[in-house]
Design a protein around this ligand. Sequence first.
Ligand SMILES: CC(C)(COP(=O)(O)OP(=O)(O)OC[C@H]1O[C@@H](n2cnc3c(N)ncnc32)[C@H](O)[C@@H]1OP(=O)(O)O)[C@@H](O)C(=O)NCCC(=O)NCCS
Length: 172
Amino acid sequence: MHDLSPKSPRDSEVVMTQLILPPDANNLNAAFGGKVMQWIDICGAVAAQRHCRQVVVTASMNDLHFHAPIRVGWIALLHARVLAAFRTSLEVGVTVHAENPLTGERHLTTSALLTFVAQGQDGKGVPVPPLLLESDAERQAFQEAEARRAQRRNRGRGEQNWMKVMKPVAGA
Ligand SMILES: CC(C)(COP(=O)(O)OP(=O)(O)OC[C@H]1O[C@@H](n2cnc3c(N)ncnc32)[C@H](O)[C@@H]1OP(=O)(O)O)[C@@H](O)C(=O)NCCC(=O)NCCS
């Protein structure tokens, strides 16, 4: 049985740095959104894996907002932190700040909430350690994550109304 003792979010926090190079850019000379999403997914997954010391899969990426572009030549600073641990799943918050390499000025560019599910070698979900909540801000973040989870579960799984208008495009 793996270790299920409670863990502080500080023990699994991840900081990741990327220099924005031309191959990562869109035609506006800023980081391509899909590339930023890839980095967010990786940064969040590392935090989740550090928390549970299991392989994790991404179940969802929600509340993804691109607040501002990141220019080519600037630095992207990603920060991931576990906000909540449930039974087999964890919610991880990721922020991305842009840093001007010449001045050190930083500002928020992107934020997202991701849920990862821990899986054993048989591909089945495995329990994750509870999260040690040590401050009021951490307790509030946990409660908000719980509310989002409850809302998703109430919504149910499978096809949602909007999918009914999605018909396959002929010849595509
Ligand atoms: C995510 C996945 C494992 C959920 O499997 P499932 O059989 O529907 O799982 P369950 O209903 O038993 O739920 C397992 C956990 O996942 C959570 N979960 C399931 N679907 C979710 C979703 N869309 N968003 C957030 N959490 C979700 C459940 O809340 C549950 O958490 P808990 O154990 O902490 O209560 C499954 O849908 C899957 O494998 N998806 C593909 C993952 C993938 O390929 N990711 C990209 C590459 S890593």
